[in-house]
Design a protein around this ligand. Structure first.
Ligand code: ADP
Length: 685
């Protein structure tokens, strides 16, 4: 420590790697070696003669006077000094000072050796910082952390190895007791707050023993695997496992063990536990809902196709980029876009039901672009669906005709389900409900309506006969009168030919009028004679009801059918008798609507009477019929409705009477009207 630079030793002075500075007791620099120049970035020429404290901006840990006193007293001083180099960087210097005295013992020179601690200090600071961060993390993380000491487990493993155990995995599996013992040997050094919360402990102290209580028996395997991972030099081990709270309840945890080499060397281990019961539950829920969806998809009695519409999404994006905001006018101008869009809508999955509906033997036949399902010229529904999709609507439906893969054409209710988030992911669900039958039924109903309208006209004629007869009768009577008068004028002694001519002209005019009336009547109908056939009245009622289905729903009327089983067949004209039922039901509905009764009940009964006649009755819960109207009901043109024709009941009566039956009106006890039609049984044989 007492190197003293002499002129002859300047060379080795510069060779020393450590910074050496010689100064006089007041601080003036006397010598400055190369290492000092390197350390402070100051060449010796610039340093020599300068006061050191000023040159280096030294900050001492204690007053300079105290340091001088110590130097004088003990001959040396050591301490950490902060200095600045030429570039202004802060340096931490481990400074050792030694005092040289002259022969008289008076202070002569001070030799200082300096070691740069800056790097070390920086590292320490970073370390402190990271330690602090780690502490924070350890405490603040939403995970439970454990610091464990497993050195005793290490000793156990060594004993096993000595005893000749080579296959640890098999050994652990065969000795669950040993695994539990290892757990007991794993001591708890520290845990964070989350651990206390998660494992349900009142305070941390209660946890500070070993880990065994916290491992469910079913998790022995996981623990054993983590030990194996540690001894085979794995950096970490992660597993989902069952863990146990202090109250014995178990939960699913994600267990992570970190085997940092230096920590493992010291027998230390850090493990983290995250409660994943919630996540597991959510996942199970997801799985359930996924399988529910699959089940639904498969089991629905409706054909479902899952489409990949990402291609369509791309086309949409291109159009939007071109500034298209409404697809409808765009398609008007670019009809070819429809087929492009079909090509870009690809079936990727189908349910069982689709096979049958779309005529496929194998589901693969149904996959691919939807183009094959659409009939050229019948693109309206497809167009509507993509226009709705472009507007980001979640659903669309329309009735349409589609083509099956075996070449048939079917009527379907076509519907598209694609909530925006589904559509964004390129998923679109398409459903098809076969409505061929409904369409056929609707066509039949339309046909029936035509027939009924016709029958209505025909039967109305019967009723009109009276007034027609009256009208035709007038000109005929006039003709007769005029003819008689004419004869009288001609029978005179001097026949008045002029009078006779006038009368003849009137007769011709009257005859023409009569002919016109007849022509008008003929024009109203090509009269079709009733076609009596054996008829099941119950079936007839059912048909009429089907025809009225819409009306019943619109009126929110409840229909009760009480049809006698095994009713004998009647004889009659199907269309005309249907007209009767329809008329009576419509009357009943109108009466209930007009009176605005809250409970609308319509009842149709058929039965065989004691007199072996077939009776059909229509009952309602309307206002019933006032006593004074009974006489007039069946008269032509009697109506209490603002737009009533007053022809329905008379027509009914003429039809029924033509069938040899009767029709009667009455009131029900509880309120409401009852119209009863009675038909004779056809003569036996
Ligand atoms: P319209 O329906 O044109 O009135 P209808 O001959 O069918 O002619 O009926 C004549 C009248 O008989 C009706 O205006 C109504 O006053 C009465 N009527 C018919 N059916 C019922 C009924 N179910 N309940 C009460 N009144 C009825």
């Amino acid at each position: 420590m007492s190197e003293q630079p002499q002129p002859g030793v300047a060379q080795w002075f510069d060779l020393v790697q450590e910074s050496i500075v010689v100064r006089d007791p007041a601080g003036g620099i006397l010598a400055w070696n190369q290492a000092s120049a390197r350390l402070y970035g100051i060449a010796s020429e610039q340093a020599l003669g300068r006061p050191e404290a000023e040159l280096l901006g030294s900050q001492y840990p204690q007053p300079v006077s105290e340091i001088d006193a110590i130097l004088r007293e003990t001959g040396s001083w050591r301490g950490e000094v902060q200095r600045r180099d030429a570039a202004g960087r802060e340096l931490h210097i481990d400074l050792r000072c030694s005092l040289l005295r002259d022969a008289a013992g008076a202070p002569l020179q001070v030799v200082e050796t300096a070691r740069d601690l800056s790097e070390q200090r920086r590292t320490e600071r970073a370390l402190r910082h990271s330690e602090y961060r780690y502490r924070n993390l350890f405490q603040a993380m939403a995970a439970s952390f454990w610091e464990l000491d497993f050195s005793a487990v290490g000793a156990m493993l060594q004993r096993l190895r000595k005893a000749g155990v080579t296959d640890l995995r098999a050994h652990f599996a065969a000795n669950p007791g040993l695994v539990r013992e290892m757990m007991r040997a794993t001591r708890i050094l520290d845990v964070n707050e989350q651990t206390v919360t998660l494992f349900g402990l009142g305070d941390r102290a209660g946890l500070m023993d070993n880990v065994e209580p916290f491992w469910a028996e079913s998790s022995n395997h996981t623990y054993a695997e983590s030990v194996i991972a540690a001894v085979t030099g794995q950096p970490h081990y992660v597993a989902e496992t069952r863990l146990r709270r202090i109250d014995g309840s178990e939960f699913d945890g994600l267990f992570t063990a970190c085997f940092a080499p230096e920590a493992v060397g010291r027998g230390k281990l850090l493990i983290g536990v995250i409660d994943i019961s919630e996540r597991k539950r959510a996942y199970a829920e997801l799985e359930r809902s996924e399988s529910r969806y699959r089940n639904l998809f498969q089991a629905m009695a409706v054909s479902f196709l899952q489409l990949d519409s990402s291609g369509l999404n791309k086309l949409f994006a291109e159009l939007r980029a071109q500034g298209v905001t409404d697809l409808h006018p765009y398609i008007d101008q670019h009809p070819e876009f429809l087929e492009k869009a079909m090509e870009a809508s690809v079936v990727i999955d189908v349910n069982e039901r689709s096979l049958k509906l779309l005529g496929a033997k194998d589901r693969n036949e149904l996959l691919g672009p939807v183009t094959k399902y659409w009939i050229p010229g019948h693109y309206d529904a497809f167009r509507g669906s993509i226009e709705a999709g472009f507007r980001r609507e979640a659903g669309f439906q329309a009735e349409t005709r589609k083509r099956t893969v075996d070449g048939r054409e079917i009527d379907v209710l076509f519907f598209v389900t694609a909530p925006p988030e589904m559509r964004d992911n390129g998923i679109v669900l398409v459903g098809n409900i076969d409505i061929s039958e409904q369409v056929a039924a609707r066509a039949a109903v339309r046909q029936m309506q035509v027939e009924l309208a016709h029958a209505g006209r025909v039967t109305m004629l019967g009723e009109l006969t009276a007034s027609i007869a009256h009208e035709v009768n007038q000109p005929l009577a006039a003709i007769a009168t005029n003819g008689e008068a004419g004869l009288r004028w001609l029978g005179r002694a001097v026949p008045d030919v002029e009078e006779a001519r006038t009368l003849m002209q009137r007769m011709i005019a009257d005859a023409r009028r009569a002919a016109e009336i007849i022509a008008r009547i003929r024009a109203m109908s090509l009269r079709r004679p009733p076609e009596p056939v054996p008829l099941g009245l119950n079936a007839l009622v059912q048909e009429a009801v089907q025809f009225l289905q819409h009306e019943l729903r619109a009126q929110q009327a409840q229909l009760l059918l009480q049809l006698a089983p095994a009713l004998p067949l009647a004889q009659g004209d199907r269309v005309q008798l249907q007209q009767v039922v329809v008329n009576l039901v419509v009357n009943a509905l109108q009466a209930m609507a007009q009176a605005d009764v809250p409970r609308r009940e319509l009842q149709i009964e058929t039965r065989l009477t004691a007199d072996r006649e077939i009776e059909l009755a229509v009952l309602d819960s309307g206002p019933g019929i006032p006593g004074e109207h009974f006489d007039k009901l069946f008269e032509s043109f009697f109506s209490t409705k603002p737009n009533g024709m007053g022809l329905g009941l008379p027509v009914c009566r003429s039809i029924i009477e033509a069938h040899g039956g009767r029709i009667a009106a009455g009131n029900r006890e509880g309120g409401g009207a009852r119209f009863a039609v009675t038909l004779p049984l056809p003569a036996a044989g």
